[in-house]
Design a protein around this ligand. Structure first.
Ligand code: TRP
Length: 454
């Protein structure tokens, strides 16, 4: 299929915004602040930053090289660049499967955000602290409401994806990403202007190294991979729509910086408000659904309208962030079925939508309505989370790194890295060293540690 038929991103800005849209998601706005809160604030952020620089950026460039060179869906891209070896094609399949499972449980949380957006518009999530807690618990375990929101979210994603790369993905990203940044800045400003807010800022920016231990290192690494959308051939699929003259290293650096900036801004949005009303910053999964509605209410008690508006903006922000991410997960499978089964794009998108909706229904039910729906003692939702984030994703990144570092023709890698010699070769050696040794070794360490062998 020619590049014209496959579609591609029209502009450089579109490339950056769409890929950053994939990276920026619930991982940044919810998971990162909570992890930083739990792990000593700035100390965690510094380690996270090192992981992004040393492992994340080389990982991104590797996926970019595979995708941009092959201009095909993930499975075909790995197959093509390996010179037709079936084994490596499996890494592409693994990525497609991982992304689809992630979409299944991610849509459940995204659906909650959508529900909270409507609930905060109609003023339903305001009241006593215990009321907000009950609200969340009864909503998330309701037999069909959260299921409908989750499936609704997959459908919204579907309708963006069927519109195609330029008219769907690129256009949505160009609209949603700037909006997201503006909303974020407005809430950060409101949060930081509260009395006592500086304690929150200080917590986030002053390193406390007493918390640092090996598990923080590993958590930072896992968070960095998830946040950059690494390890599922997601970046590989997006890179197949890049232009031939896109500077791969430059784009990776810009996207990683934007992703990190947004994560830190999300921290600056949550902690100052939380400290201002004396709420512990490490509430975990319930942070954005139980703690924050209370925080907004109490913090702006003097001007309830401001609290009301801030809550709406906050959930709108979460929905936008989640949507640009679910689009990227959906596109991986859609591109695959379109090209491998020669189906029209809208048909292949329905295959992904149907499969992921089914999984989302199961995950949603497993959280409350249907007790015992799960595997290995975990609810289906937690099982999917664990399986993808802790096993499949690092495995994908590990194999991709070994693949590009050791098995792909290094002349080809260099030509892609430098756009056939038109870009500087300056960082090539460092990149090569990193994908050959540093990235695989670090991921191996995580694995060994996780299973208690280290
Ligand atoms: N990076 C997104 C976030 O931070 C999630 C995401 C989107 C993702 N696409 C992905 C994670 C592909 C892993 C793989 O929320």
């Amino acid at each position: 299929m020619s590049q014209q038929e496959r579609g591609n991103f029209a502009t450089k800005l579109g490339i950056i915004l769409a890929t950053a849209g994939s990276a920026v998601g619930l991982g940044n706005v919810w998971r990162f602040p909570y992890m930083a809160g739990h792990n000593g604030g700035a100390a965690f952020i510094m380690i996270y930053f090192v992981c992004i620089l040393m492992l994340g950026i080389p990982g991104m460039v590797s996926e970019f090289i595979i995708g941009r060179h092959s201009q095909a869906n993930a499975a075909r891209a790995y197959h093509h660049i390996s010179g037709g070896r079936r084994l490596w094609q499996m890494v592409g399949y693994l990525g497609i499967l991982t992304a689809s499972i992630i979409l299944g449980f991610y849509a459940v949380v995204a659906g909650w955000c959508l529900q909270y957006l409507f609930a905060s518009l109609t003023g339903q999530v305001s009241g006593e602290a215990s009321y907000v807690q009950d609200y969340f618990l009864s909503f998330s375990s309701h037999p069909w409401k959260p299921v409908l929101w989750a499936v609704g979210f997959v459908l919204i994603t579907h309708f963006v994806v069927v519109k195609g790369v330029q008219r769907g993905i690129e256009r949505a990203s160009k609209l949603l990403m700037p909006l997201l940044l503006v909303l974020l800045l407005v809430i950060v400003a409101a949060s930081c202007s509260l009395p006592g807010a500086m304690a929150g800022v200080e917590f986030l920016l002053r390193p406390d190294f007493s918390h640092v231990n090996s598990s923080i290192l590993l958590e930072a690494l896992g968070q960095a991979f998830f946040s950059l959308s690494l390890g599922t051939a997601c970046l590989c699929t997006y890179a197949s729509y890049f232009k031939r003259d896109t500077n791969l290293l430059g784009s990776a650096v810009q996207i990683a910086l934007l992703d990190t900036l947004i994560a830190i801004l999300a921290g600056l949005m949550i902690f100052p408000a939380a400290f201002s009303v004396g709420v512990e910053p490490d509430a975990g999964p319930s942070l954005i659904f139980i703690t924050l509605p209370n925080v907004f209410q109490q913090a702006f008690a003097a001007a309830p309208v401001v609290g009301y508006v801030i809550a709406i903006l906050f959930y709108a922000l979460l929905v936008f962030a989640a949507l640009t991410s679910t689009i990227s997960m959906h596109e991986i499978g859609t591109a695959f079925f379109t090209e491998e089964l020669h189906l029209p794009r809208r048909h292949s998108a329905w295959i992904v939508t149907a499969g992921c909706s089914l999984l989302a229904i199961g995950c949603s039910l497993s959280v409350g309505a249907v007790e015992g729906l799960g595997l290995f003692g975990l609810s289906l939702m937690d099982f999917c989370d664990y399986l993808t984030a802790q096993i499949m994703l690092p495995a994908g990144a590990f194999l991709t790194s070994l693949f590009v570092g050791w098995f792909v023709d290094q002349r080809l890698v260099r030509d892609e890295f430098t756009n056939n010699g038109t870009q500087s070769l300056h960082f090539f050696r460092a990149y090569q060293f990193s994908v050959r040794f540093i990235v695989p070794l670090c991921i191996l360490l995580i694995f060994l540690h996780q299973f208690g062998w280290l």
